[in-house]
Design a protein around this ligand. Sequence first.
Ligand code: ADP
Ligand code: ZN
Ligand code: ZN
Length: 804
Amino acid sequence: MPLLADVIVDVPTLQTNQPYSYLVPEKYRHFLKVGMRVIVPFGRGSRKVQGFVVAVKDNAEFSGDLKQIDSLMDSKPVLNDELIELGQKMAYLTFSFRIKCYQTMLPAVMKARYTKTIHLIDEVEEAVLFDLFNGKNEMSWEEAEKKDALDTILQLEKEEKVEITYEVNDRTTVKKVRMVSPLFSFEQLEEEKEALPSNARKQKLLLSLLQAINETDAKAIAELKAEGVSTTQINAGEQKGWLKIFEKEIKRDPFKDITFDETSHLSLTPDQTHAFKEINEAIQKDKHQVYLLKGVTGSGKTEVYLQTISEVIDKKEGALMLVPEIALTPQMVERFKGRFGSQVAVLHSGLSDGEKYDEWRKIEQEEARVVVGARSSIFAPLKSIGLIIIDEEHETTYKQEEFPKYHARDIAIMRGQYHNCPVILGSATPSLESRARATKGVYTLLELTSRANKASMPPVEVVDMTDEAKEGNASSFSAALKQKLEDRLKKQEQSVLLLNRRGYSSFVLCRDCGYVLECPNCDISQTLHMDSKTMKCHYCGHEEGIPRTCPKCHSSSIRYYGTGTQKVEEELKELIPEARIIRMDVDTTRKKGAHQKLFKKFEEKKADILLGTQMIAKGLDFPNVTLVGVINADTSLGLPDFRSSEKTFQLLTQVSGRSGRGEKPGEVVVQSFNPDHYAIQLAKRHDYDSFYKKEMQLRHLSEYSPYFFLIKLSVSHTNEMTAAKKINEFIQFLKPALSDQAIILGPTPKSIARTHNRYHFQTLIKYKREEHLIERCHELLMTTQKEQAKGLFISIDYQPMDFI
Ligand code: ADP
Ligand code: ZN
Ligand code: ZN
């Protein structure tokens, strides 16, 4: 009976989620597994394409001509059954192709150019050694393929006689050291020693060193040499049968040179205890449940993560912990390493491909049970997961803005269901969607109501920048903020200054009254389009001229708004020349490891002021910081995004939490042209609950998430007319599937209507319950394959976060 394999192929011009069946050649019958990558012939020309095996069917019935699998790309599955299944669900949810989902799950090195090498690690028959390996102890995968000997190699791998490694072409992937392990017992080595002539000093030394190695253990040759044994002695020892020499793969540990202070469990506060008990019950009962852990900054959420993970490790299961951006959370990594040591694998964006691959291997081989990393770590190949945590769950970085457009939260929940394990969503300012689900009982709400060290939340002063403007202060710093900065300098305390760069200079704001031009139809800020010199609404397409005077107060100081970090730094230097400033933005952090260096410098008090963009708002814990200043709270309010108030509230709350974390009390100054805006006022009072209520009312009125779902359809083409015509066509295609409750906004050009010489249009569909919409969207993607192959770009984004 023939063996068949279902393969998801990678054919860019003809994407499909339907697997194709291939015959499995006899020689691969016993090796082919689900989750391996293969090369198969495809299409009329039988051109060679890559694919993932998603099913293997024995005794399958088939009719007609089936093509054969050409060769194997892997000797073992690179994706496990869970991930294969997940890719299918993910493709459906994110309107992308399975092949893209699978590729996204793999570490970069397995996508990039690499070579596979087959290493002999044990004795083999002479025929194999000489005919296949040419007497050497390694050969390339390609060579084995050419000799049509992959089946022999796979058999040898099964017998643990060869090992196959992946190496990126710069050979940084797998690092090896030559090792020695004793073959004689302690007593036998002693006998050998006694039998040697008394002048064989070096050989005796080698024997003593071998005695010091445990029988099952090994020692690096380099170390033996350091003790004074030469290569000649070691080779002689091998000849005499005392020892064996072999190569061992060394996994580079990017944190190798850093020592972590060991920490132990703190005794939990009553709030923490309650949260811990709830989550631990789910862990012990293998129950899937999503917990929303809401606690102000410094309330001890991380301690709850650490102690629940500890329970998971005791069960011999793995835990996954996601952070918004790992380079920005060095202290989180320190705390995890400090508690769990080498059991932690860190998937760090700063790692080289080779280092990432090492970490991936450590996880796959279950050497590391705790995985800490950013969004894509959600695909870490842990075999059995006991807990998944998403810290700062409200962060938009959890949504991938390129294909496949997945949200890590959705994937976390899918994996949690598969593994029957709890998922913790942690935040001081949960997203409205998650908070609303907790109200409905879909998630379980757990609250930590006060800071763990009993410190109170810092007082927040809101400075009205329109007043400053009236008094002739055109600088970025109010009198109040300047005075407080100088005061910290005197006291040798530190300050953090946030420059809000979101929505940078893409909207207009009145410097006299704070007015931001909104769309008359959508209650969303309009975006400035410099190409057409107009204001446009990204939701409904409304368009008007750029106002010359403020529509509200008729002042002429209406202008597009934005300040660069560099400019602010210069102003600050002029204002307070003696202050030592660290500037942190995309320019100063481009180099690998730059974040850590700057943070370290600030931690060591080598600077008085840390000035930076959003990247400084997260997770940092510097006890000497007693002042936080927000230079421009408004820029995020002006975003053409229905979540702009939510984002502003979250940012202000988060950055406020950086102040007064140590013994000394802290304070916060927020500068704004809209000091009375509810997002700013409620952030000032640290009042999430009121913000949630108010914002939910507004979302209800304007029919946005979480009351309505949203789908964004984008189209782009090098010809503007074609793009415009097509998006209208597609809307007509979708319409019959919609009830009259659904609302279609647009189509409208995007804010940067033309990039890379392509014209972009988008449309938004708001809906509550539409049975046929999702299916219809999939149909749209399938039926437009030919056009897509010819350069029409279509993207469908479920629950988009990005509207610019
Ligand atoms: P969050 O993650 O909510 O911002 P952290 O877990 O970082 O809060 O805790 C803030 C500070 O309080 C840390 O310095 C931490 O060591 C300390 N802390 C947390 N829990 C306790 C506890 N139960 N007892 C004493 N200190 C604690
Ligand atoms: Zn509008
Ligand atoms: Zn005005």
